[in-house]
Design a protein around this ligand. Structure first.
Ligand code: FRU
Length: 494
């Protein structure tokens, strides 16, 4: 090597040294409240379930959520409220909607009524409109069937304060017990007519309603009595447009269902097809699941994202109704998943939905630790692991208490085994192994660990498994058995 070349070789060596962390990984004990996630959204105290009213406005991502501030078990539902500029740091705001004489405030959505079709604002200052379900507890207890109806509220100060519409409910119930979780979006039909479409979960099916002003709603159609999984009640739907890999317009209908999920309890299924003039037509009769782990439910998408983001962004409730109310956290219950970007991909002619970690998650990364040994420490309880995979692989995470979580792919099945992952035994179904079919090749993974969860994204989210974990002490070690290469470990810090 001549002098010049050796100088460049040395320079490249220095650059590589600067990009990776050459120190041995040393585990730093967490300082915060036990099981409290460091970078997942949690309520400061009290009970939380579904994300609600996800809407973006003027640089702020709004996250409303099912909230009962007075207890860590489910109760009279409010909409809690937080905002973020970066999807990573959340500022807690005061409660947006509280129960009133019409009932508790159940799940729903929020939109920017840009053209002021509702008349709640002005063209210069268009209103945010929230569309939610009223749940009349007395009605339910008296044995009535029509105790759920849809109401609306609006804000003309960027979501800081909300006024309920005096004419609520805007959509009364016609005697169907489960009639809830309106997701509203503006949709232009093939004949160019633009309407508000409400996608509503009605017991064991979806109903679509349309409106020009968010106040008067007209029934459009019904979908699902003969399609999909029916092991439980349908809840929290979402209707989303996508472009397929071959450039075609497709519509995806997300439908959460409890119970009857692939891992017991709650889970989210989805349908792929077309939507026009108030009617959804599925392409096929396949049952598809958004996340094969046990702990991602009631996820919905953000509305009004800036066009240049060109993405569909969602977040889910990281729990399962099977045991959500008995998980061993102390002052609060439940976290949201990390935000995820949805897109379509194709496997042997079948379209499926991919959920990738939102791009912003990379902003949490410290310098990577490059790990070549079969065993390594983790730097902290908040880490991201990335690696290349061979189609069959196996590795485990463990802690000082001898607990272990085992992750593998064998014979076309991805398995996350948390049966040995906790000393606590709060529910008979929690300590279990969960498997997901993956007929195509696993090539790489990203894993997000936080104080009480693991989210596994194979091939950037072609297969996703989200699981809660309640170990006695934090996961501090990784051990590779086979098929995991180029492992990188990132300490995630806010
Ligand atoms: C889903 C759900 C919704 C309902 C809300 C009540 O988790 O059951 O259907 O609106 O929770 O908190």
């Amino acid at each position: 090597m001549n002098q010049r070349n050796s100088f460049f070789a040395f320079l490249i060596f220095l650059i590589l040294l600067g990009c990776t962390n050459q120190n041995p990984v040393v585990f730093q004990e967490p300082k915060g409240e036990k099981y409290r996630p460091e970078y997942h959204f949690t309520p400061t105290e009290g009970w939380m379930n579904d994300p609600n009213g996800l809407v973006y406005l003027d640089g702020e991502y709004h996250l409303f959520y099912q909230y009962y501030p007075d207890s860590t078990i489910w109760g009279p539902m409010h909409w809690g409220h937080a905002i973020s500029k970066d999807l990573l740091n959340w500022e807690h705001l005061s409660i947006a909607l509280a129960p009133d004489s019409l009932g508790y405030i159940f799940s729903g959505s929020a939109i920017l009524d840009e053209k002021n079709t509702s008349g709640f604002g002005t063209i210069e200052n268009p209103p945010l409109v929230a569309i939610f379900t009223y749940h009349d507890m007395q009605g339910e207890q008296s044995g009535a069937l029509d105790y759920q109806s849809q109401g609306i509220a609006y804000s003309i100060d960027k979501g800081r304060t909300w006024e309920k519409f005096k004419g609520n409910p805007v959509l009364a119930n016609q005697g169907i017990k489960d009639f809830r979780d309106p997701k509203v979006s503006k949709i232009k039909d093939s004949d160019g007519v633009e309407k508000w479409i409400m996608t509503l979960a009605v017991q064991n099916r979806i109903q679509f309603y349309s409106s020009y002003n968010l106040i008067d709603w007209e029934f459009a159609s019904e979908f699902g009595l003969e399609e999909g999984a029916h092991g439980g009640v349908w809840e929290c739907p979402d209707l989303l447009p996508f472009i397929s890999p071959d450039g075609k317009q497709k519509w995806v209908l997300l439908v959460s269902m409890n119970p009857g999920g692939p891992q017991k309890g709650s889970a989210t299924q989805y349908f792929i097809g077309n939507f026009d003039k108030g009617t959804f037509s599925p392409d096929d009769q396949l049952i598809r699941w958004l996340d094969y782990g046990p702990d991602n439910y009631a996820g919905v998408s953000w509305s009004n994202l800036p066009k240049d983001q060109n993405r569909t962004l969602m977040i889910g409730w990281m729990s399962n109704w099977l045991y959500a109310q008995v998980v061993p956290t102390d002052t609060w219950r439940s976290a949201m998943t990390i935000p995820r970007e949805l897109s379509l991909f194709e496997v042997s002619g079948t379209l499926l939905l991919k959920s990738s970690p939102a791009e912003e998650m990379k902003n949490l990364r410290g310098k990577p630790y490059d790990v070549s040994d079969a065993e390594s420490a983790l730097p902290s309880q908040s880490t991201e692991l990335t690696a290349d995979l061979t189609d069959t692989f196996s590795f485990s995470l463990s802690n000082d208490a001898g607990e272990e979580i085992h992750i593998s792919k064998e014979n076309g099945l991805v398995t996350v085994d948390r049966s040995q992952a906790a000393s606590v035994n709060f529910h008979p179904d929690f300590n279990a192994a969960h498997s997901a079919p993956m007929s195509w090749e696993a090539k790489n993974m990203r894993i997000f660990l936080d104080a009480s969860s693991i989210e596994i994204f194979i091939n950037d989210g072609e297969l996703v498994m989200t699981s809660l974990l309640f170990p006695s002490t934090s996961w501090s070690k990784i051990k590779i058995n086979s098929g995991v290469e180029n492992l990188k470990i990132f300490d995630l810090k806010k």
